[in-house]
Structures are given as structure tokens and as C-alpha cells.
Ligand binder design. Structure first.
Ligand code: MN
Length: 748
């Protein structure tokens, strides 16, 4: 494994002087490159090494080592990936512009255009902040994507840089450690995954996991360690059996048995809400053979020997993943009732699974890198393309996340064309994946010959036939269940246009009606006067102000008082909207159903105090949570938690999003629904209610039942909390009770 290799490089040198150490590491780098590029002139690498050494002279790492150790070890990682010389020179120089007085111009003069462009890309990447406010975060992602499209080597060097930083993360303080680890697991590991670089991804995930969840990491490693003896016996036994069975069938193969990675065990535990003692299939085998035919033959051998678990057989050979991963997967029940996983692939598939896009430099000599039509590059291009159309950063981030953490289903057109869609995608997504017109005019769908509701999730292997009707238009309801950014954007586009036309009409009527009521003669004012008022609201056209009025963003009275100052008198205080107990809906658009009694004085709309605000029923946000407002027509502003699953679907219309904040602190209580998953043992309920009374929390309802799907219990309750802090305290107190597996807050 790469980790141990490089770790030993730096550990074995404690007795030599720092300059000697740097020189030796550099010589080892050259030797490594010589192994696979015996005829290359390494002059440029030499020069880059001298150049970078001079730039970083006197600087040291947090580990106390000379700074130069870092770029050289990054280049070592790149050499292990067998990158080309431009990549490795970039590796040596990647921090010179960032950390020293050298400019990109100087790098260009010394090392040429390609290297300069890559170093420039890396310098820009190092300045991005992925955890800033949403807008800037989205901007960071855009810049990263652009850098990647320009030259994929930029991101490969960045991944190598991140890998070395993660290996030496222990030297940093806790705060920086956590930040870097989080960025690694949320951004760089998923990108490595999308580029098919399985080996890099696994190492990044395990290193980050170790820092982010130290307790869970320790528990898992200990549990694995405590079973090492029996695991090893089992691995050896199965391996021998597999080898002899394959030999018997004359299938040439290499068989590897291994314990799963700590991070993948952790995900499994979290997904299934079980403890580490309850995980049985910690073990996995890999069979690498010579041909596709023998992959299937080997699968037959395995299934003949042990019973396969239904639903766990996956054929990624016939249908590769978008990152070009290919393999057969199956899980079987072994000799002692022990389940384990088997992956079967050819040598070529194995290389692609481990190295992904980096394999291009290794095996396709003479080629400059992956071809532009490589699916993994195509994915990047698509992202860059559609991000240009997405104005709203929340929207951009959420769709990017869908694209970065996909789990795909493979579906077919009636003619057998494969469409890869994200998990839980619906016939609507399928229709839009064919063509936007097919999507817009979709009125029904047949899956495997049977008519299904448009919202039903598609499964692997489904054959989907879309029924269309000319002139049909997409429905807003679709936004609640579509899964692809493509479908979402196309639907929004049509709906926004329609809604806007309606809002303009409503806004106009509303303004006319209020002006008559208040005795303002709109006809007296020129177009110029009106546009001046529109621009006071930040709109260039009167039409936009009409739309805003129609959406209910402002009251017509407000607007009229700007058009004709003095003509509109202040209404008496008690009819002002903030006082939610009155019933005059005069500030609401004409189609308003009237003011509601549940107006929420605990939330304020930024910059406006005459809008009716209420907490959305679906997520019921509590004080202290991040919230966002959504202007509903005629009903005021619905306030959702930013975590609310509905929020992403509702926020399809940027114009209707509005900033809201929690008003003065008060002791209002917010009801919150909580589900607790527990072991089924006596006394559990007592302990739970004990925690609630320790925190002096009022319980509105509480119900316990045995779970249907596993041998635990489930307790559902509704409790009153003051704010997010109190809720968090409560949840962590419940989690500390032994036997509590998980605590969830319910949104719906
Ligand atoms: Mn670096």
C-alpha cells in the first residue's frame, strides 16, 4: 500500500541531516521514475528540484522537517501513479507560487507553458474555501471544476498533495486537522471517486475518518483487531477453497482475501444502525482473472459452492459505472453461516478500479492523457456547462452533491439503450434524460410493460417506456420527486416562466385595486416615475416590480407610498401585519385567504416587518437552526429549516426566496418529533424519560414499539424544546445511554 511505503521513507531517516535527507529523497524519486521511464531525460526534473529547493530554503513543515520534503514526497506519490514529467515537475513546484515570492511568470520562463498553467491552477485551488458562506462556496466549486477541465493533471497533483498532507496531519492543531479532514472526505475523496481513482479515494477516506470520528475509528479498528485470528483463519480457508475450485475448472486467477476498510465498515454500521459486533460480512474476496468470459465462469463457480444472497449480485461488467469501474459483485453465505463479499474482474478492470483516470499516463504511452471523450472528463464538462445556467448557489451546491455522491440505477429504453440515473430516479428523470421535449410532454410511463405512477422510483434493469401528449406542460409537483439536475432545471425553467406571467398579472391587479382603495390615481404618474420606484426596489423594469408584488414580496401599500408620498396615510398600528391577531388582509395580494392566526412573531424577515411569517409544518424549525424563508402566494412567508428535505424542492424559484432570522430570544417552546432506535431491553424507557426530566423537557407524547425489521426497539416521542442547543444536548444525552443505537429528528 502506498501509505506504508512513503511513511517508511521518512521514518527511516531520523539520523541523517536535513539537507542529506532531502537529497536522498530526491535521488529515490529519480530511481523510481527510471524504473518505468528508463529513457526519459530527467534534466527538467533536476532543475525543478533545484529551483523549488532554493525557493523553500529556510522554510520548514509543522513536523519540523525541511519544507522541501513535502513537494518531493508529493512527487513520489505521483511517480507511484506513473504520472508524466509535467505532472511530476508540477508536483515539485506546486507550492512555490503559493508560499514563496516566485511568480507564475518566472515558472513559465523556466519550465514552459504547461507546467506554468498547472502550477497556476494549483495555486488557485489552494485559495478556495469550501466551507464559507454558500455563495462563496459555490464559487469555489466552480473554480475548481474549471481548473480540472483545463488540465486534469491539476486535480491529480492536488490529490497527491492532499494525500501527503493527510498522512502528516497529526502535526497540526486540532482545528486545522478537522477542517482539512472534513474537506478531504466531503470534496476530494468524492472527486477521486468520480475520476475512478479507487486507491486514492480509499486512503483519503480512511485517513480523514480517523480524525473526524476518532472514537468510532478506534472501536472499529479494535473490533477488527480482536477478531484478527479467526478472520485470518477464515480468509485462508475460503481462499484455499476458491483457488482449488477455480483450478479444477481451469480458470486462471489470483485470489485476495481482506478485511474491509474501516471507513466502509463505519458506513455500513451507520446505514444499518447496528454495532460492530453485529456486522458479519467484514470480509471480502477479490478474484482477478484473465478474461471477461472467465469472470462469469468464476461467478458460476462461487455460486455453485455457496448460496448467493438475492439482490446482492451486481454486474458492473455488462454495465460499467460512470467512472468506468467494472467488476462482478456478489455476497454469499459461507461454510459456517458467515456471509462474505466477492468481487470478480480482469487485470485491466482491476487497474482501472484502482487508478482510474491516472491509468492513462501509466499504460498509454505517447498519449497526453485521457481523451476528451472519456466519460469521466465528459462528466466534468457537463458540470461546468450547466453550472453556467444555475444562478442560485444553494441549488448549485445541492445538485453538485447529488452528482458527487451518486448511487446509480441502470435503466433501459425499449430499444435497449442504457440510461444511467441516480438512485430513486423516476420516469420523469428518465424522460428528461431522453430529451427535454419528451420530459415536458410526459403524461405517463410503463415500466417493464406495466403502467406506473410517475413518481415511482426506477430500479436496476427496468425497461421504461414514456408516454407523451403534445402540448402537455410539466407540473410543479414533479419537482418534489425528480432526482436529476437536468430534469429539475428543465422543469423549473418552464414553471418559472408560467408563474412569472401569472405573478405579473396578479401584481398589476393588486396595485390597481389598492390604488383605488387608497385614492391614488396611478394614471397621473409617468412611466419614468414608476420605473424610478421599481429601481428603488432594485428592479430595472416595472414588470419585475409587478411580479414581486404578485409573489407577495412587498405590499402594494408600501409601493404606493413610494409612488405618491403623502397620498398614502399610515394605517393605525393595530392593523399592521406584524400584529398577527387582526384579520384585515389589506397588505396581502387580492387572492389571499386572509390573515392566519399562527403568524410567528419569533421570526423576522430581514429588512421588512410587514410580512406574515409562519413556520413550515413539514420541518417545524426550532430556534437557533439555520432557516430560510419562501414567499408563498397569499399566505405570507413560510419558514423552513435549511435541512428540510422540502426546501430544495421549493426553492426552485430564486425570486421567492427571502432572508429570515430568529427574532428576540423568548421562552417559546417548539415541539419536535424524535425517534430513538434502541436495543430491546428492560429499563430502556425509564432511562430515556429520565434524561428528558433531567433536562426538564416537557413530553407531549411518547410511544414505544418493537421494530419490524430487526431485533431492536423504537421509541417515538414529541417533546418541547426551547432551541437547537437544548435539542442537541438532549440528543447527545440520549445517545450516551447504553443500548441506544441512534436518535433521529423526524421532519415529516
Ligand atoms: Mn502542498
Amino acid at each position: 500500500m502506498m501509505a506504508s511505503e512513503s511513511a517508511s521513507l521518512s521514518e527511516s531517516v531520523s539520523s541523517e541531516s536535513p539537507p542529506d535527507q532531502v537529497e536522498r529523497l530526491y535521488r529515490e524519486l529519480e530511481a523510481k521514475i527510471r524504473e518505468y521511464r528508463p529513457n526519459d531525460d530527467l534534466g527538467i526534473l533536476q532543475r525543478a528540484f533545484r529551483f523549488a529547493s532554493k525557493c523553500h530554503e529556510g522554510q520548514s513543515r509543522d513536523s519540523g522537517e525541511p519544507y522541501m520534503v513535502h513537494p518531493i514526497l508529493v512527487a513520489h506519490i505521483l511517480a507511484e501513479m506513473r504520472m508524466d514529467l509535467v505532472g511530476m515537475v508540477t508536483g515539485l513546484l506546486h507550492d512555490v507560487v503559493e508560499d514563496t515570492s516566485v511568480t507564475v511568470e518566472q515558472v513559465r520562463k523556466e519550465f514552459g507553458e504547461e507546467v506554468a498553467r498547472c502550477v497556476d491552477g494549483l495555486t488557485k485551488l489552494s485559495k478556495l474555501d469550501f466551507f464559507s458562506a454558500e455563495d462563496r462556496q459555490a464559487e469555489s466549486f466552480r473554480k475548481m471544476l474549471l481548473a480540472m477541465v483545463e488540465d486534469i493533471r491539476v486535480i491529480i497533483v492536488k490529490l497527491a498533495d492532499r494525500m501527503h498532507n493527510m498522512r502528516t496531519l497529526g502535526f497540526l492543531n486540532a482545528e486545522r486537522r478537522e477542517r482539512i479532514a472534513r474537506e478531504t472526505i466531503e470534496i476530494y475523496a468524492p472527486i477521486a471517486h468520480r475520476l475512478g481513482m479507487g486507491k486514492v479515494r480509499s486512503e483519503l477516506e480512511d485517513l480523514a475518518f480517523q480524525y473526524l470520528e476518532p472514537d468510532a475509528y478506534r472501536d472499529i479498528v479494535q473490533a477488527i483487531e480482536s477478531r484478527r485470528h479467526s478472520n485470518e483463519e477464515f480468509l485462508a480457508e475460503i481462499r484455499q477453497t476458491v483457488e482449488s475450485e477455480l483450478r479444477h475448472e481451469a480458470i486462471p486467477a489470483r485470489v485476495d482475501g481482506r478485511v474491509k476498510r474501516p471507513y466502509s465498515v463505519f458506513l455500513k454500521l451507520r446505514r444499518q444502525k447496528i454495532t460492530v459486533d453485529q456486522v458479519y460480512d467484514l470480509l471480502a474476496f477479490r478474484i482477478v482473472t484473465d478474461s471477461v468470459k472467465n469472470c462469469y465462469a468464476a461467478l458460476g463457480v462461487i455460486h455453485n459452492k455457496w448460496r448467493p444472497i438475492p439482490g446482492r449480485i451486481k454486474d458492473f461488467i455488462a454495465i460499467p459505472r460512470p467512472n468506468l469501474y467494472q467488476s462482478l459483485h456478489t455476497s454469499v453465505v459461507g461454510p459456517h453461516g458467515q456471509t462474505f463479499e466477492v468481487q470478480i474482474r480482469t487485470e485491466e478492470m482491476h487497474r482501472i478500479a484502482e487508478e482510474g483516470i491516472a491509468a492513462h499516463w501509466k499504460y498509454k504511452e505517447g498519449r497526453k492523457g485521457p481523451a476528451a471523450d472519456d466519460q469521466r472528463i465528459a462528466w466534468l464538462r457537463h458540470l461546468v456547462e450547466w453550472q453556467r445556467d444555475v444562478q442560485d448557489s444553494t441549488e448549485f451546491m445541492s445538485t453538485l452533491k447529488v452528482d458527487l455522491y451518486p448511487e446509480e440505477v441502470y435503466t433501459f429504453t425499449p430499444r435497449g439503450k442504457v440510461l444511467v440515473l441516480p438512485r430513486d430516479a423516476t420516469p420523469i428523470d428518465f424522460a428528461y434524460a431522453i430529451h427535454s421535449d419528451v420530459g415536458h410532454t410526459c403524461v405517463g410511463a410503463k415500466v417493464n410493460g406495466r403502467i406506473v405512477p410517475l413518481r415511482s422510483p426506477l430500479h436496476n434493469g427496468d425497461i421504461v417506456e414514456i408516454m407523451t401528449q403534445p402540448g402537455h406542460e410539466p407540473s410543479k409537483d414533479w419537482l418534489a420527486f425528480v432526482k436529476t439536475s437536468r430534469a429539475r432545471n428543465k422543469i423549473k425553467h418552464v414553471i418559472n416562466a408560467n408563474e412569472r406571467a401569472k405573478a405579473i398579472e396578479i401584481g398589476q391587479k393588486y396595485l390597481d385595486k389598492e390604488s383605488r382603495r387608497l385614492g391614488v390615481q396611478l394614471g397621473k404618474f409617468s412611466r419614468g416615475d414608476m420605473e424610478r420606484v421599481a429601481s428603488e426596489y432594485g428592479y430595472s423594469k416595472m414588470e419585475d416590480l409587478h411580479a414581486a408584488l404578485g409573489y407577495g414580496k412587498f405590499s402594494a401599500r408600501q409601493v404606493l407610498s413610494k409612488i405618491a408620498p403623502g397620498a398614502v396615510k399610515d394605517e393605525p398600528a393595530e392593523t399592521r401585519p406584524a400584529a398577527a391577531e387582526t384579520s384585515s388582509p389589506s397588505y396581502l395580494p387580492p387572492n389571499a385567504p386572509g390573515r392566519r392566526e399562527d403568524g410567528d412573531a419569533v421570526i423576522k424577515v430581514r429588512g421588512s416587518d410587514d410580512l406574515l411569517v409562519y413556520r413550515a409544518k413539514c420541518c417545524n424549525p426550532i430556534r437557533g437552526e439555520s432557516i430560510v424563508g419562501y414567499v408563498t402566494r397569499g399566505k405570507g412567508v413560510a419558514v423552513h429549516s435549511k435541512m428540510c428535505p422540502n426546501v430544495q424542492n421549493l426553492m426552485y424559484d430564486v425570486e421567492r426566496k427571502i432572508e429570515v432570522e430568529w427574532a428576540r430570544a423568548a421562552d417559546d417552546a417548539f415541539p419536535v418529533r424524535i425517534t430513538v432506535h434502541t436495543d430491546d431491553r428492560p429499563g430502556m424507557l425509564n432511562q430515556l424519560t429520565g434524561v428528558l426530566s433531567d433536562e426538564s423537557t416537557n413530553i407531549r407524547s411518547l410511544e414505544a414499539r418493537g421494530a419490524l425489521d430487526h431485533d431492536g426497539g423504537v421509541v417515538e416521542m414529541t417533546v418541547d424544546v426551547r432551541d437547537k442547543k437544548q435539542l442537541e444536548k438532549l440528543v447527545s444525552a440520549m445517545r450516551r445511554i447504553s443500548g441506544v443505537r441512534d436518535v433521529e429528528r423526524l421532519f415529516n
